[in-house]
Design a binder for this molecule. Sequence first.
Ligand code: PAF
Length: 284
Amino acid sequence: MITVNNLSELRSVIAAARQAGKRIGFVPTMGNLHNGHMRLVDTARQHCDFVVASIFVNPMQFNDPKDLERYPRTLEADQALLSAHQCDVLFYPQVEEMYPLGMALQSKVSVPDVSEGLCGGARPGHFDGVATVVTKLFNMVQPDQAFFGEKDYQQLAVIRKMVSDLCMNITITGVPTCREESGLAMSSRNGYLSPAEKQQAAFIYQMLCALAQQLQKGARNFPELCQQACDALAAQGFRPDYVEIRNAANLKPASVHDTELVILTAAFLGNARLIDNLVVALNS
Ligand code: PAF
């Protein structure tokens, strides 16, 4: 695997791969890689002949400067993992390469509707930052296919809409969430948890599964179910941000006529803001 830091080198490596007739797969990340990311790389490997990953801790998508500052940066370990998973190129740009005029003068991409509410409500501007950087990365790498984790369910919906609305010729593939044995969704932010909190954090998935069961059994009072789930999280020591039940396809508030729902949640535990979700197919 080679690591490239600048756009001109990236473009020449990609041009050579394209000339050799290779299908290019792309896995954008912010680094501090874990098995969840490796599942993205492995899936890219299955679909494509040439795999590019990027590591860029994108300041535009952080609304809290302290959160940006403490975000874990583990380049050497990340390179070792990527290379063990047959990644061909790591693109590792600096902020100046991505935002040469600074962020204030950067043209931005904004994806209405799906960006609003949920994490978009709690983190204003977050999805504009994600959509902008992913657009730039797509234009830099020009992949045939790009891979995103389903753990970031709303982010995946934002990217899908952006690609469709802006006629980007890229296939977007969602990859199922990787979980610890306890059920806890793998995330770079789990590193902020103490061992005891990590045990405790497994409750989020238990709560999602319990709520999914209630939906399967016919419960349809969505606001009440979400309130009960928030109360259960609070009783277990979390500071719940939201628990919401939405239509899995368009993220609109769930209706009693929907046949596929998604339960989405975000909750603070200690120093970490954790998110997770579960899709529930209802037997109609
Ligand atoms: O999911 C992430 O790691 C980031 O939001 C992404 C897609 C790499 C954009 O910075």
